[in-house]
Design a protein around this ligand. Structure first.
Ligand SMILES: Cc1cc2nc3c(=O)[nH]c(=O)nc-3n(C[C@H](O)[C@H](O)[C@H](O)COP(=O)(O)OP(=O)(O)OC[C@H]3O[C@@H](n4cnc5c(N)ncnc54)[C@H](O)[C@@H]3O)c2cc1C
Length: 390
């Protein structure tokens, strides 16, 4: 693993850092519609300045730079504390999967629109009876002339309410073994027959949705990969999600940890919280976890740089990060004690409800993109080569 950067990579970082310092988007609005418009404006500004899709091919609107520069982009975004890009599913899953498996027409149709946030994407995989056992999915697509007719229900579809396109897994051959009869379809969320109903989370936000499909017509040209060959594409998508998304999230969680350490030095618990032995131990453990995570992520990155694609090793990153992040936020809430339940206190130490909000939101991190139990199974079977779980 080479941890140094070339002069060209350092120049890229300096240029980006200067741009980010000069173009901070300001505080995000609370109301959903305004927040979406704000997120789209921010991503478009990045795209127009050439920072979005750093590693994507130039012919589809990307910068054509290396994966290392893409990582520098993520590091600098985390350092600057900028909002995350709104088209997360498109950038971290849809785009990479289209680049690898899409037709030329699909790439031309979608990639640039993903980068510029002209069209927002969501991921329609999970169903009420198909989460960990994703291949049990029942949403049906029946070919009728040049289009499919889609019927069924998805659930936990993040941000579906303002999405324009959905990466939908559908059953196209009910007679085939369950992994062999699935197709990966791109569905226009504005099609007649699509209904989205928001679900409220423990944080009070409504990121999640149920999505219902009633006789929705989808052109046959919207299949990604082969008909009935969707399972392999779904697995490739999940590996991108586990690895690429976790890489940027571990950078963001390091920023949160630095903020927590700064707070611990001044937070009053008779003496500063950082001087209290038990909390001190927990904060040190959080720092050690964060460093271990960083090197694990860099080791996986080295493997990808040497020609690999995201593989089952991404499950190690996803598992370790999601659990260490929860431990760190539990410590934050323990440290701020009863004040953690307030939105703000007079000393500003509660930081506008930041810690309880992050702590509550983090509960979903050990479930999304495959629960911790499922990641442990993947690591056992596909990384360590242990016998399959019964
Ligand atoms: C924040 C968040 C965002 C999400 N966004 C999306 C999205 O955009 N699109 C989408 O399609 N889905 C999304 N999901 C859904 C997510 O993929 C599922 O919740 C997840 O796959 C688990 O499925 P489930 O909820 O049906 O739980 P189940 O599969 O019913 O699991 C219930 C429990 O049983 C355990 N379990 C199940 N099978 C096994 C096994 N074989 N061995 C050991 N333990 C097992 C699980 O670990 C879990 O503890 C999101 C979820 C969260 C939390």
């Amino acid at each position: 693993m080479d941890l140094s950067y070339t002069p060209a990579e350092e120049r890229f970082r300096d240029e980006l850092r200067a741009w980010l310092d000069a173009h901070q988007p300001g505080a995000a609005p609370q109301a959903l519609a305004e927040w979406v418009a704000y997120g789209k404006r921010w991503q478009r500004a990045l795209y127009e300045a050439g920072w979005c899709g750093v590693h994507w091919p130039r012919e589809y609107g990307g910068r054509g730079a290396s994966l290392v520069e893409q990582i520098i982009f993520q590091e600098e975004m985390a350092r600057a504390g900028t909002p995350q890009l709104i088209n997360l599913a498109g950038l971290t899953m849809g785009g990479p999967v289209l680049i690898a498996h899409g037709t030329e027409a699909q790439k031309r149709r979608h990639l640039q629109a993903i980068l510029a946030a002209d069209e927002i994407w969501c991921q329609g995989f999970s169903e009420p009876n198909a989460g960990s056992d994703l291949a049990a999915l029942k949403t049906r697509a029946v070919l009728d002339g040049d289009s499919f007719v889609v019927t069924g229900q998805k659930v936990w579809t993040s941000f579906a309410r303002y999405a324009d396109w959905c990466m939908l897994l559908v059953r196209t051959d009910p007679q085939a073994p369950k992994h062999k009869g699935i197709t990966f379809l791109l569905v226009d969320m504005h099609s007649p027959g699509v209904t989205v109903r928001p679900l409220r989370q423990i944080t009070g936000e409504e990121d999640f949705n149920e999505v219902f499909f009633e006789d929705v017509r989808v052109p046959r040209a919207n299949v990604i990969g082969a008909l009935n060959g969707g399972w392999d594409i779904a697995i490739a998508t999940l590996m991108h999600e586990r690895q690429t998304l976790t890489f940027s999230r571990q950078l963001q969680s390091r920023v949160a940890l630095n903020r927590l350490l700064a707070l611990a030095r001044r937070y009053p618990r008779g003496r500063p919280a950082a001087a209290e032995p038990r909390l001190r131990q927990k904060l040190a453990a959080a720092y050690i976890d964060s460093e271990a995570m960083r090197y694990t992520a860099l080791r996986n990155l080295t493997r990808v740089l040497r020609g690999g694609t995201p593989g089952p090793e991404g499950s190690i990153e996803k598992l370790f990060w999601s659990e260490m992040y929860q431990r760190m936020l539990d410590t934050a809430v323990e440290m701020t004690g009863p004040f953690a339940q307030l939105v703000a206190d007079s000393a500003g130490a509660v930081e506008n409800g930041l810690w309880p909000h992050l702590m509550l939101y983090s509960r979903g991190r050990t479930i999304a993109a495959g629960s911790s139990e499922i990641q442990r199974n993947i690591i056992a079977e596909r990384v360590l080569g242990l016998p399959r779980a019964k």
